[in-house]
Design a protein around this ligand. Sequence first.
Ligand SMILES: O=C(O)c1ccccc1NCC(=O)[C@H](O)[C@H](O)COP(=O)(O)O
Length: 221
Amino acid sequence: MYLRTDKFKHTRKMALKTFVKISQVNNLTDARYCAGMYVNWMGFSLEENNANYLSPEKYKEITDWLSGVSYVAEFEHSHPENILKTLQAYEGIDAIEVSQEVHIPMLLNTGKALIFKVSIQSAEDIRELIAKAPGFKENQVTVLLDSSIEKLSEEMISLIADLSEQTQVLLGFGLDASTLETTLDQTGVYGISLKGGTEISPGLKDFDELAEILELLEVED
Ligand SMILES: O=C(O)c1ccccc1NCC(=O)[C@H](O)[C@H](O)COP(=O)(O)O
């Protein structure tokens, strides 16, 4: 059984049926909408070469308007030393997301939650994660599955279910409003990850589709 931190249990209104992370948020409109929909984690790209890069000033401007959401600092390539240096300019970051596995051990003791974003090309990639799942669980590293694959195969669904039984997984691909509930049931993932910003993930053609998914997940108060 996951901890899911007491913080979430007691302060989050259970307004969404599953845990939701929004990645690469880069404007106030999307940020306010998503916070209003009670997403759990809001991610901002803090690497200057990223198309959705958010400067410290813009980050402050946006987050000053928000409440009830945890902030994720997203990095693809930065070395942990630079990550920690960068974070000094961003107040209130709760979690760090990296895409380089080798960077994980260097960030385990920062006091922040850790997310490992993995680009999935094939079922084999998920098998490799399953082999490493006990280590992720032990170190409380949330695994975020990202991919350009639009539709989840039966094989992938069953592998993701296996992975989710062993550690905390956020599913970031193969999400479609018409099959969302089944996908959540079949994979048993802890939550999902949707992209904000200007780059919309495969299968999510525009902000309307992101909104459609969030509305589907809404729980009546
Ligand atoms: O609790 C676990 O077993 C676990 C397993 C794998 C990854 C993470 C795990 N727990 C930690 C978390 O659930 C989140 O990282 C935590 O809720 C984030 O909290 P916060 O920093 O308050 O956003």
